[in-house]
Design a protein around this ligand. Structure first.
Ligand code: SAM
Length: 213
């Protein structure tokens, strides 16, 4: 067995959520060109699947964790297409994502982040929206997937239990409220365009950066 194969991690949830998320991404991103930055790409399994589904886009997976980066790179080497770029370290909470050093212009077609902002402090949400305001092209999209509250209310009892468990593990973690994210978005020139209910009491949120002119 090669070292690369050893480093591939498997997220069980990936197998359950990849098809519905891919369908939504196709709806919003098919026909677009340019670069997509994935924040908190984890194992890298979504990056491989989404890059394959959207061959006209260049997919850039990132994560702050070294083990995650190894897994992403191993999945990429195993079955990544030509439009799947090498992963790099990125902590969304820092103000400067340094993407220009990677040859990326601050004109991204989209930023995609799945299951990240409830398992990280609020400053990561702040950094994500600040980065979207800074690095998305006019008309670019920020697409978030995961569990969310609506007007302070959990959308299912299982999400309330999950939220309590997250906060027990780290008081700075927790399921975010869509209204709070909308406020954050507005401060960075983004507006909420779609709230799509997904299986297992999750949602996909699509934020758009305002077009110029
Ligand atoms: C639950 S995992 C989700 C992984 C993958 N997106 C998925 O859905 O399978 C959360 C991910 O968020 C990443 N993460 C945590 N803090 C982060 C930060 N400050 N900036 C970017 N990603 C972060 C973790 O390293 C981890 O890979």
């Amino acid at each position: 067995m090669s070292d690369e194969a050893d480093l591939r991690r498997d997220a069980p949830a990936f197998h359950r959520n990849v098809a519905p998320i891919r369908a939504l991404l196709l709806e919003w991103l098919d026909g677009r060109r340019g670069d997509v930055l994935e924040i908190g790409a984890g194992t890298g399994q979504h990056a491989v699947a989404f890059a394959a589904a959207l061959p006209d886009l260049r997919w850039w997976p990132t994560d702050p964790g070294a083990a995650q980066l190894d897994s992403i790179e191993a999945w990429r080497a195993h079955g990544g297409g030509a439009n799947l770029e090498a992963p790099f370290i990125l902590d969304a909470s820092v103000p400067d994502w340094g993407i220009e050093k990677r040859g990326l212009a601050a004109e991204l077609s989209a930023i995609v982040s799945l299951n990240v902002i409830h398992i990280s402090p609020w400053r990561v949400s702040e950094g994500l929206f600040a980065g979207a305001g800074r690095y998305l092209a006019a008309g670019g999209l920020l697409i978030l997937y995961g569990p969310f509250c609506r007007d302070g209310v959990h959308t299912a009892p299982s999400n309330a239990a999950f939220d309590a468990d997250l906060r027990r593990r780290d008081p700075d973690w927790g399921i975010r409220d869509i209204a709070d994210l909308e406020r954050l978005a507005a401060g960075h020139g983004l507006e909420l365009r779609r709230i799509e209910p997904m299986p297992a009491n999750n949602f996909t949120l699509v934020f758009g950066r305002e077009r110029e002119g």
